[in-house]
Ligand binder design. Structure first.
Ligand code: GCV
Length: 718
């Protein structure tokens, strides 16, 4: 019945759209769908739809894109209608102060910086104007997208008085894309970069990619994997990157490259990669010059050095600062930067892995060149479903620190599990480092306001691939969106971002937005509960990190084994990081260290991250730790069931294709959450020798069954 109704409705809509073919909703349009607004608002917006004035349109490509976007957006939001008669005295006026009509309005542009914009409703001389103005064309483009976003989320066209500037300067995607188009930790198909056909052919998708990124304020892309190959620095590959840069440039997006430390040696052009060897410095200078000849606005290098087998300056007994500064000198004359990753741990260092980055980098505070920024993951281990904030935040006042989030869900169920990540990022950004007393949040370290740093940024490991829906699933698009929005303004709440996204991606209807947002907001905690509750971490199966493997104990390096992280035995579970254990707590400022070290104040979320707790100890809930752990696993599975129920009720309001896919993916998530729960309970029951709490469903199989499961071809692992 429903299907017949839909066919009829589709036919009607097609007729209304003047015989345009009906498009299936395959997710390609992301949050830029520009569907007709609710009637009252549609009528208010319609008069503006045919009169976008952009005096710089002919002279500036970015302004032309902004004007075109507003026209395209308004046409969609208004739909076919009569109200939009040209000359009705309603105008959208956009531009920089170089445009005479903008200059005449005398708007307060001086404090907007390079990327900010104003949007104003102005009634003057019988005209009703919506004005979008900025200092640079890219600001106008950001303003154009902000205008369209606001219109889709209920803004009053006559009352715009908006001023926005981004909180950090570098808002970057990091692609872990390999040159053969595989993507490390990628779950959305192949790499979007079709290197083989570049530079002669640039897929039109690159333009759509640029547009989507500009719509959320992203202004840089590191094109290749941090586990880099030297080839990407050779002439042919520079030409390919230059072609991509040409496409991204009008959208305000700069290209960056990951650099392999040993590239000059591997390319047989130097005898060593010692950063203090003049021949090495000369090679990098020449390489930088070559890149800048091809890409005049090249952003700079991202470097993973002396980490997980990657080469680095320590191979020559030089420090990370020696390495970073040598590269920084090569790009400095061109205005480039070096983003040096702090994600390091060593196979020969027996120290708690969570402590190693701090131990290595903290002593280097103040030793880095001005155009170096350290890129630090949000937590001290590796993008787990929940980690405390990284202790380097607040600990290196003389060094700019950008934060690295992982948008792709390596440890949170790949593309099929619904996990909206903004609450996790909000948690990290809102954490108080106490570096300069109360209120010294990670966000203030990252946006430079705590120590007045100018070089500020956020990086997100991209979840974008060749899949038609870009990110592998509809809800994973929300993570790309949320990353951009938070990088633009970390004060936005994860709920507000979810609301914007849901309204644009599905419909601006509370009957859709409310349940979708409720699902999104419960989703990340659900994953924490069924995978790594109560501060547990890194219990995923080996290598690909798909599914549970808490029993794994036979890998070469201790910190690759889940048993290293949970330390469960007959008596209890958890990693003692207090003074009686690894004392990782001491890497935090004293008030934070005291709280984390105090069993009664640390809270359930980080309990087993910092403490080894007896199975029978009482929790705040009144349950024993063992009973609480089991309760959390059950709660996680129950949350997925809850999301399924909410989604099922949305069937009449969501298009068929996306509805069906989300339904199927939630079913997979339910099945896998149950697998996680059962396997984990079977294992920990075996280790603890505790019986299941009363009334709890026993795992469907015995432990050996779960241990025998293997997935040799899981995606994202190469
Ligand atoms: C790019 C984790 C991932 C690796 C990744 C690494 C990193 O260890 O599993 O695939 O490598 O982080 O961030 O460098």
């Amino acid at each position: 019945m429903r299907r017949w109704w839909r066919i009829w409705a589709s036919a009607l809509l097609a007729a209304m759209a003047m015989h345009a073919p009906v498009q299936a909703e395959d997710g390609y349009d992301l949050w830029l769908r520009y569907q007709p607004l609710p009637e009252a608002q549609r009528v208010a917006v319609a008069p503006y739809a045919h009169s976008v004035v952009a005096e710089e349109r002919g002279s500036d490509g970015t302004i032309a894109i902004a004007a075109g976007e507003i026209e395209r957006g308004l046409a969609g939001l208004v739909g076919p209608s009569d109200e939009a008669a040209p000359g009705s005295g309603h105008v959208v006026l956009i531009g920089t102060a170089a445009a005479p009509s903008i200059a005449a309005l005398d708007l307060p542009l001086t404090t907007l910086g390079e990327d900010g914009f104003v949007i104003r409703s102005v009634a003057r001389g019988g005209k009703h104007m919506i004005v979008v103005a900025a200092n640079r064309p890219v600001g106008v483009l950001y303003g154009a997208f902000a205008l369209l976003r606001r219109l889709q989320t209920g803004a009053d066209v006559t009352a715009f008085d908006l001023r926005e500037t981004p909180r950090v300067a570098l808002r970057l995607l990091n692609h872990w894309d390999n040159l053969d188009r595989t993507v490390e930790r990628g779950y959305a198909g192949q790499s979007i970069w079709d290197w083989w056909k570049l530079p002669d052919y640039a897929d039109p998708r690159y333009t759509d990619y640029a547009r989507a990124n500009a719509s959320i304020g992203i202004n840089g892309a590191v094109l290749n994997n941090v586990n880099a190959r030297p080839d990407s620095l050779t002439g042919p590959w520079i030409a390919k990157a230059a072609k991509v840069a040409d496409v991204l440039r009008p959208y305000g997006i700069k290209v960056y490259l990951s650099a392999r430390w040993s590239a000059p040696v591997e390319l047989n052009e130097t005898a060593t990669a010692d950063p203090l060897d003049p021949a090495v410095a000369t090679w990098w200078k020449a390489k930088a010059n070559e890149i800048y000849r091809a890409i005049p606005d090249f952003g700079g290098f991202l470097v993973k050095a002396n980490s997980e087998g990657q080469p680095g300056p320590q191979d020559y007994k030089r420090s990370h600062a020696d390495g970073a500064n040598m590269l920084a000198a090569a790009v400095a004359p061109h205005g480039g930067i070096v983003m040096w990753r702090a994600f390091v741990y060593s196979q020969v260092d027996p120290e708690d892995r969570a402590k190693q980055a701090y131990s290595e980098f903290k002593p280097l505070d103040g030793a880095f060149a001005d155009n170096v920024v350290l890129q630090v993951k949000n937590g001290p281990i590796d993008f787990q479903p929940r980690e405390p904030f990284h202790p380097l935040f607040g600990a290196m006042p003389k060094t700019p620190l950008m934060i690295e989030f992982q948008i792709t869900k390596e440890y949170l169920g790949f593309a099929t599990h619904l996990a909206y990540l903004a609450p996790m990022w909000e948690e990290a950004l809102g954490a108080d480092t106490y570096a300069k007393g109360k209120g010294s949040t990670v966000a203030k370290v990252v946006d430079g306001s705590l120590e007045r740093h100018r070089l500020t940024g956020m990086a997100g490991v991209a979840n974008i691939g060749s899949d038609r829906n870009w990110s592998g699933s509809t809800f994973d698009q929300a993570n790309w969106y949320a990353f951009g929005r938070l990088a633009w303004d970390h004060a936005l709440s994860s709920e507000a971002i979810a609301r914007e996204w849901a309204a644009q991606t599905f419909a601006p209807d509370p009957a859709v937005v409310d349940p979708v947002v409720a699902m999104m907001l419960e989703s990340r905690q659900a994953v924490v509960d069924y995978m790594t509750p109560l501060g547990l971490a890194h219990l995923m199966a080996t290598g690909h990190h798909y599914g549970p493997g808490p029993w794994v104990s036979d890998l070469a390096r201790p910190e690759w084994n889940p048993v290293y992280y949970h330390r469960a035995d007959r008596e209890g579970i958890g990693f003692d990081r207090t003074a009686s254990g690894s004392n990782a707590v001491a890497q935090y400022a004293p008030p934070v260290a005291r709280r984390f070290a105090d069993r009664s104040r640390v809270g359930d979320d980080y309990l087993l991250w910092f403490h080894h707790v007896g199975w029978d100890e009482r929790m705040a809930s009144g349950r024993s730790l063992w009973a609480e752990l089991v309760h959390r696993y059950d709660r996680g599975v129950a949350s997925v069931a809850d999301m399924q129920a909410r989604w099922a009720a949305l069937e009449p309001r969501i298009d068929d294709a996306r509805f069906e896919q989300v339904t199927r993916f939630l079913a997979i998530q339910r099945q896998e959450a149950t697998w996680w729960r059962d396997a984990s309970i079977a294992y920990f029951a075996d280790v603890s020798k505790r019986p299941l709490p009363e009334g709890v469903r026993p795992p469907a199989h015995d432990l050996d069954h779960y241990k025998a499961i293997s997935h040799p071809f899981a995606p994202g692992h190469h």
